[in-house]
Write a protein that binds this ligand. Structure first.
Ligand SMILES: CC(C)(COP(=O)(O)OP(=O)(O)OC[C@H]1O[C@@H](n2cnc3c(N)ncnc32)[C@H](O)[C@@H]1OP(=O)(O)O)[C@@H](O)C(=O)NCCC(=O)NCCS
Length: 180
């Protein structure tokens, strides 16, 4: 029987080089596939240093299956008052078994515990073609209650990152009202 556990990574793990390397590798591997064609070859989603900062802030939750790292999600409280989740990943070996759903529920549970009324996520979408992973995410997030509230040009919003894009892209902000 498999044992699934989702817990916040303790801030002290920002000094755990082995954990950071494993988690950074998982996130970058998953995103290299999930955002293929959107970024220039070799663009990575995160770095050990950036992830260490997220862990230090107490914002990273990790999913472990039988003790092995199998997924992650980052949560944060936005200055505008919403909760936000991002960097949602499930390792390819554990897809389709409910891990992604449990990570989202964990993030939403955290936001409710913080007394936040709204959860936000952002989806990066190529403007001129349909990306199969993004179309799956768009349909799934809609099924679980998220609605688009704003679309912006990625290049205009993040001009410093534009040179890394391989194709014009928009990001769509989704919100879900959390029931208490
Ligand atoms: C998004 C992601 C975390 C989901 O992980 P997962 O563990 O496979 O998710 P789950 O098993 O909980 O399934 C999520 C939903 O997809 C559906 N699903 C899963 N695998 C499927 C498949 N092969 N075909 C069709 N639907 C599928 C499930 O039925 C579920 O829908 P439901 O909640 O309406 O029942 C994972 O696909 C991933 O890491 N993707 C790449 C990274 C990424 O794009 N992250 C999001 C950035 S915004």
């Amino acid at each position: 029987m498999t044992r699934v556990e989702i817990l916040f990574v303790p801030p002290a793990a920002s000094g755990d080089a082995a954990f950071l390397a494993e988690a950074t590798d998982l996130i970058n591997r998953v995103y290299a596939d999930a955002e293929k064609g959107i970024w220039r070859e070799g663009t990575e989603r995160t770095t050990v240093e950036a992830l260490a900062g997220i862990v230090r802030a107490g914002e990273l939750a990790a999913a472990r299956v039988d003790g092995h790292l199998a997924g992650a999600v980052r949560v944060q409280r936005l200055a505008t008052g919403e909760g936000e989740f991002g960097m949602l990943v499930a390792s390819p070996e554990h897809r389709g078994a409910g891990l992604g759903r449990r990570l989202v529920e964990f993030a939403e549970g955290w936001a409710r515990d913080q007394g936040l009324a709204t959860m936000q996520l952002e989806l990066l979408l190529p403007r001129e073609w349909e990306h199969p992973v993004k179309e799956f995410l768009r349909a799934w997030y809609t099924r679980i209650g998220y609605r688009p509230v704003r679309t912006a040009s990625f290049a205009e919003e993040f001009p410093g990152l534009e040179p890394l894009l391989a194709t014009p892209a928009d990001f769509v902000v989704y919100h879900k009202r959390l029931s208490s």
